[in-house]
Design a protein around this ligand. Structure first.
Ligand code: SF4
Length: 263
């Protein structure tokens, strides 16, 4: 093929001759560039983020991972509006959300509002609530809530934590569930899953729910609070169970986000 090349094609392969003046200009430009590079400040190397950094960094990153894992995590209690959510949350003490969901259709069908609930016959309520256990205490709480909402709040669920915890059977956790999920006010719900995961993730060392709530609040921006707790709960149910956490299959461990504290 080389023999068949035309003069024009060979000319393209050979670099053109330069004059001495051109060479001088080039040498001068090249030494200027070298001098400029030598004078430039050294660009610092970007440090690698350690696998386990401070809890503040990890807490946000953990939630980002959980958002990807459970993008639709929501409150597991079936409800329609603040009244039903308040009642369902009170009933969820000492039992599972799934079990509560088996009794609330009949409960809300027979007692659709605070006035009806407050006027219910105790034995009828106990019969409906029996599958949940603690039916006597729970029936008492529901009667008290129905009456208190009717008498003090015109039948509506109040929107402040102080007023909510003034209702029978309503503690801070229940109040936070209602504030966060019914009224859209950022609130951290520390249930058994959220407490356990927070300790394993190294966010808190406390078993006191209020302390845990404050520790999470210091690590998470408020927009994460309500749904972030749903995501932690989902992860606790599916992967990080109390008795046998499946760390080998956990995306948080793979991402270097869990120190497995106490596991
Ligand atoms: S790595 Fe283990 S302890 Fe940590 S969140 Fe995952 S399952 Fe739980």
């Amino acid at each position: 093929m080389a023999e068949t090349r035309t003069k024009a094609s060979v000319a393209l392969l050979v670099p053109p001759m330069r004059s001495r003046k051109e060479d001088e200009v080039r040498r001068s430009a090249s030494s200027e560039v070298t001098a400029a590079v030598d004078a430039a400040p050294e660009v610092p190397e970007i440090p690698e983020v350690p696998a386990v950094a401070g809890p503040a960094w990890r807490a946000g990153a953990v939630d980002d991972e959980l958002i990807a894992l459970y993008p639709d995590a929501v409150c597991a209690l079936d409800h329609d509006g603040p009244f039903q959510l308040l009642v369902a949350t009170v009933l969820s003490a000492q039992t599972t959300d799934a079990r509560v969901n088996t009794v609330t259709p009949e409960l809300f069908g027979r007692y659709p509002d605070a006035t009806a609930l407050g006027a219910a016959r105790r034995e009828d309520l106990e019969a409906i609530l029996r599958p949940l256990g603690f039916q006597r205490a729970k029936a008492g709480h529901l009667l008290g809530i129905g009456q208190a909402l009717t008498e003090r709040f015109e039948g509506r669920v109040p929107r402040s934590r102080e007023e909510l915890v003034s209702l029978p059977g309503v503690g801070r956790k229940t109040a936070n569930v209602v504030l966060g999920n019914a009224f859209g006010k950022p609130a951290i719900t520390v249930d058994t899953h959220v407490g356990r995961l927070s300790r394993r993730l190294g966010w808190t060392m406390s078993k006191d729910p209020l302390r845990v709530e404050k520790d999470i609040a210091a690590l998470w921006e408020p927009w994460r609070w309500t749904d972030g707790c749903h995501r932690l709960i989902e992860h606790g149910r599916r992967v990080c169970s109390a008795r046998s956490p499946r760390c080998g299959e956990c995306a948080l461990l793979e991402a270097g986000l869990c120190p497995q504290a106490g596991v």
